[in-house]
Design a protein around this ligand. Structure first.
Ligand SMILES: O=C(O)CCC(=O)N[C@@H](CCC(=O)O)C(=O)O
Ligand SMILES: [Zn+2]
Length: 344
């Protein structure tokens, strides 16, 4: 049955052939060792008989961010062909298949602003991203709620619109009262993700949802710059791919003590939101993520006012003036040398 539905074990092709839904979910065994459940289009779970971690790997929450999709599809294919065997339970989510087919970030709305219930508030309730965000929340909830005694991990894999001075970086969602995990940051560093941004407030992103609702070790992981399918230099993702494979296929990973020399740590000093349609940045459109500006320099103008740098130095990340009024245009960052980090 599997080969009829999923030719060449290509779950991405199968997902894109059924971009909105499957006729029905189904399950099957790989040998005697792994139960596979296809729950929906782009949703597949691999469950070995025993495990200590429940891991979610999501990609294509933004449809044009192709490198993470290729990484996940390769891991899924390697699991289906039994080239590798899962020792941990893992769910892969291909977030927005319709946007992948459309080769765009989204169809109607940025899905990564719709989690933690935002899908059911405000305007646009009929947008396909609203339904999908709600469904993805449920798959994650069911997946994590199935076990209470396992480490919960969610890496939501992305690529950034612009090039970055730190090519690979991760956003650590706001988590008041919970120390940051040094072990997680060392794992990410081993993936080549050597820069961490600590978020300063709750958000409606997918990683915040898993972190806040399920106390998962959850991150938005940016693996490089957006490229179309076929134009990713996959050699730049070998470290990430290798470490994700180890995470899934090894019973335990060596515990690596947190070493601040291995990571660049920033915290978000503020999120600059758009208030007027005329919002315009004052820097060149090819300015890289993590470019720094000095106190008093004008970052942007809107509604006849200037928005200036407040701290002695602020770096910028994710500048995007083409967002709806009310949404984030850019995050400002300052160094974060004194965060509470524990070695777990
Ligand atoms: O490059 C950009 O401008 C956006 C890249 C991207 O999609 N980033 C995520 C970050 C989510 C987070 O803050 O955790 C996003 O904007 O959704
Ligand atoms: Zn993205």
């Amino acid at each position: 049955m599997l080969s009829d539905l999923m030719i060449n074990n290509d779950f991405l092709a199968y997902t894109l052939a059924n971009p909105t839904q499957l006729p029905a979910g189904y399950h099957f065994m790989l040998g005697q060792h792994t139960r596979v459940e296809v729950l929906d289009t782009g949703v597949i779970v691999f469950s070995p008989a025993t495990a200590s971690k429940d891991i979610v790997l999501s990609c294509a929450v933004h449809g044009n961010e192709t490198a993470p999709i290729e990484i996940c599809n390769q891991l899924i294919s390697d699991l289906l062909t039994q080239r590798i065997i899962a020792k941990q339970r893992v769910m892969f989510l291909i977030g927005n298949p319709a946007a992948i087919l459309n080769k765009t970030r989204f169809i109607d709305e940025n899905m990564n602003r719709l989690f933690s219930g935002a899908h059911s508030k405000g305007e646009g309730l009929t947008h396909p991203e609203r339904h999908r965000a709600k469904a993805l929340e449920k798959y994650v909830a069911d997946f994590f709620n199935a076990n209470s005694d396992r480490q919960r991990i969610h890496y939501d894999l992305h690529t950034a619109i612009r090039p970055s001075k730190h090519e690979k970086f991760a956003i650590y969602p706001y988590r008041p009262g919970r120390a940051y995990s040094g072990e997680q940051m060392m794992f990410l560093a081993a993936c080549g993700v050597d820069t961490i941004l600590f978020h300063h407030e709750p958000t409606t992103t997918f990683s915040y949802y898993s972190s806040e609702q399920f106390q998962a070790d959850a991150f938005t992981v940016e693996l490089g710059k957006v490229m179309p399918f076929g134009q990713n230099d996959m050699s730049r993702f070998v470290q990430t791919h290798t470490m994700l494979e180890k995470l899934i296929t090894e019973s335990t990973l060596p515990s690596v003590a947190f070493d601040p020399a291995k990571v660049n740590l920033y915290k978000v000093s503020r999120s600059i939101n758009k208030h007027f349609d005329d919002f315009e940045f004052n820097f060149a459109s090819d300015t890289k993520n993590f470019s720094a500006f000095k106190q008093g320099e004008v970052l942007a103008t809107e509604g006849g006012k200037q928005i200036t740098v407040e701290q002695p130095l602020e770096a910028i990340v994710f500048p995007n003036e083409n967002v709806p009024v009310g949404q984030r245009t850019v995050l400002c960052l300052v160094p974060a040398p004194n965060e509470s980090i524990v070695n777990t």
